[in-house]
Design a protein. Sequence first.
Length: 269
Amino acid sequence: MTDASDDSTQDTFISHLIELRTRLLRAVVAVLGIFVVLFIYPGPSMIYDVLAQPMLATLPQGTRMIATGVITPFMVPVKVTLLASFVLALPVVLYQAWAFVAPGLYRHEQRLALPLIVSSTLLFLLGMAFCYFVVFHTVFNFIAHFAPQSITPAPDIEAYVNFVLTMFIAFGVTFEVPIAVILLVKTGIVTVKKLREIRGYVIVGAFVLAAIVTPPDVLSQVLLAAPLCLLYEIGILAGAALEKRRPAPEDEADAAREVSHADESADEP
């Protein structure tokens, strides 16, 4: 009896590993497929030029960015293209992750998980777009006007890409704050009342985090901290709406008893 149980557990574990491998392969194929398409058209060089446009627009007339490494002019655009491919394939990647974990979730968890995945993806992309169209334009213009007239800026493309990726991740994660607040309220870890009580600490923490992540200028720090505080308030409002819709404990107990009674009836011959 024990051997049969062990064999069944081992077979289940192996089947999960096979399923995980299949899902990972599909996600990788999706990313690589989009990468091949982007590599052919419009090409890594044009994709990098789009990414570099906020910086190029603030450089003096006739000035370009530089590459100090031997293979940097090739590797950096390819790296940017691969990252763009991952962003475009993100819905497929998240779907594969969802398809892998969905069988192990309860029905009410399945109903909650898919909207959270979609909304968190959209918010992350919205954070990247805000960073690209608003933050980069504002910060680079500020730096260009602040720089002395005796120097000619010539940023290195590898350093620029590392800076851009850091800012994209920072703003993408910042825009996930409403999702984090909603999950905290939904799971009962904290209440909306408690979130409102710690509002002051969150504001201070937002500016401290912005000072660590962003360049050492007040403007970029404010551009990160202000949306973080605003999104925190949006999360509180959404959490308050969820609390109002949450059933009373008596209703939850009645529902649990009804489910238990239905299960007992189904088991009766």
